[in-house]
Design a protein around this ligand. Structure first.
Ligand code: ADP
Ligand code: MG
Length: 460
């Protein structure tokens, strides 16, 4: 049998054994390149490295079994990457990066470890710098306030309260401030960054383990306390009280407090009055939506940083279409870069597909159930294994990914997430989300996997 025919037959068999989306994602673009007659090793090619690893790990047995049904002389399979675009047809709008692909990869790898080096003492991620923070009309007030704080820590604007919608750069800005302060004062200053949930967690476990004094010391010994997403604190009496005391202790000692929230203090309904008035006594700065010019500037800067060359036409198109926030802009850009690097280019239609996919994510109402089902299908594990207390090893990661997606997409609270996935403790959910996020930053292939799951979610 000809390779091509043989492969068609094999795929026909496999198609019946695995789910349709998995088949389309992983095997549709595979090819049987040939067979080494001497040792009976067949060579199967996949469109990219990611698919190669995935197929090798997940479907090797099925493929080998099926191949041998048709050709018993086949003893084993080698997998390779084909490197040719199977999309075909469309005009490539994107210019290929002028430097070698290998070089590019190296650079990427060199950048990645940085993401991981979250300083355990300060909790700051060095990726967030003020140099890489692009300033425009939507955030210049907040940026100016941050600059003033850095110059005059604890004196000028205290507390500084930054608010704005999701993905507009609050975390980047306040962490950037933390990093800048450390640089400026050459480590002679103690900075601590926490999310309000981490704070909550510390308070709860402090009480539980009777180590509340340690917890108090940790927070009151700092010179700069940065608390992200304070809106989650509202309504939790013990935490709020603890926070209030910490706040007062720091404030009275002229220590700097920087707070972020998705809305102004007046719009956090559950926030205790005395905390609200404390917040309002400092400086409040908002970050609003970036305009077209700024969106384009952001895309250009980020593209340059990645060392990729993308035509202006493409960037302008993205800037005009993606208006919601900077996180979406980045999401679209990352996918476009992926296409350019792995598929030799991108045509107008694909570009629009990517944009729609990424921007619809928020408008489409995705349910908890859909997320669980999509993850289960993707990994080919039963849904109940994710939602009951199963300790099977093979469902650990899928469950963590489901937790992460419930958080990332639906913004569910950690206790709620734990409850939905096997009645687990909220700390389990926090741990899972943190772990997956780390992995995404560190591991390109893992990141692709998450992207594929999301793609399915939004398409379904
Ligand atoms: P928020 O905390 O408001 O939800 P983030 O700070 O997490 O938003 O920002 C989302 C993404 O957009 C991050 O990757 C961040 O680096 C990037 N980003 C946001 N604002 C800017 C900016 N002004 N310049 C450069 N990157 C930005
Ligand atoms: Mg944030």
């Amino acid at each position: 049998m000809e390779s091509q025919e043989l492969w068609k037959a094999v795929l026909g068999e496999i198609e019946l054994q695995i789910s349709r989306p998995n088949f389309l994602t992983w095997l549709k673009q595979s090819q049987l390149v040939g067979k080494n007659e001497r040792d009976g090793v067949a060579l199967v090619s996949l469109p990219n490295n990611f698919a190669k690893e995935w197929v090798k790990n997940r479907y090797h047995k099925i493929i080998l079994g099926s191949l041998r049904n048709f050709d018993p002389s086949i003893k084993n399979i080698d997998y390779s990457v084909s490197h040719q675009t199977t999309d075909g047809g469309g005009v490539s709008l994107a210019t290929q990066n002028k430097r070698g692909v290998g070089e590019e990869k190296n650079e990427l790898n060199q950048q990645l470890p940085l993401e991981l080096k979250v300083d355990p003492k300060t909790n700051l991620n060095p990726r967030y710098t003020l140099e890489s923070f692009i300033v425009g009309s939507s955030n210049e007030l907040a940026y100016a306030a941050i600059q003033a704080v850095i110059k005059d820590v604890g004196k000028k604007y205290n507390p500084l309260f930054v608010y704005g919608g999701v993905g507009l750069g609050k975390t980047h800005l306040i962490q950037g401030a933390g990093n800048e302060i450390i640089k400026h004062y050459q480590k002679n200053i103690a900075v601590l960054y926490v999310t309000s949930e981490k704070f909550l967690n510390d308070v709860v476990s402090g009480i539980r383990n009777k180590r509340i004094d340690d917890m108090k010391k940790k927070y009151r010994d700092v010179d700069v306390l940065i608390i992200d997403d304070i809106q989650f604190i509202g309504g939790k009496a013990t935490t709020e009280q603890e926070f209030f005391h910490t706040f007062n202790a720091l404030y009275e000692n002229n220590k700097q407090i920087i707070i972020s929230s998705d809305r102004p203090p007046s719009a956090i309904p559950t926030l205790e009055e005395r905390l609200r008035s404390r917040f309002e006594g400092g400086m409040i700065a908002d970050i609003s939506y970036p305009d077209y010019e700024m969106r384009l500037a952001i895309l250009k800067t980020k593209t340059q940083k990645k060392g990729v060359i993308i035509e202006d036409k493409i960037l302008e198109h993205i800037a005009s279409k993606v208006q919601k926030n900077i996180r979406e802009l980045e999401g679209v850009l990352n996918k476009v870069v992926f296409y350019i690097q792995h598929k030799n280019g991108i045509d107008g239609k694909k570009l629009d597909d990517i944009i729609n996919e990424t921007t619809q994510t928020i408008s489409k109402n995705i349910t908890v159930q859909e997320i669980i089902k999509t993850v289960a299908d993707f990994f080919e594990v039963p849904q109940v294994d994710l939602t009951d207390r199963s300790r099977k090893k093979e469902v650990v990661e899928p469950r963590q990914i489901a937790m992460y997606l419930l958080r990332d997409i639906l913004k569910l609270s950690y206790p709620h997430i734990g409850e939905k996935l096997g009645k687990r403790d909220h700390t389990t959910a926090i741990h899972a989300c943190e772990k997956i996020e780390k992995e995404i930053n560190k591991n390109q292939q893992f990141n692709q996997k998450i992207m594929l799951i999301k793609e399915r979610l939004y398409k379904s």
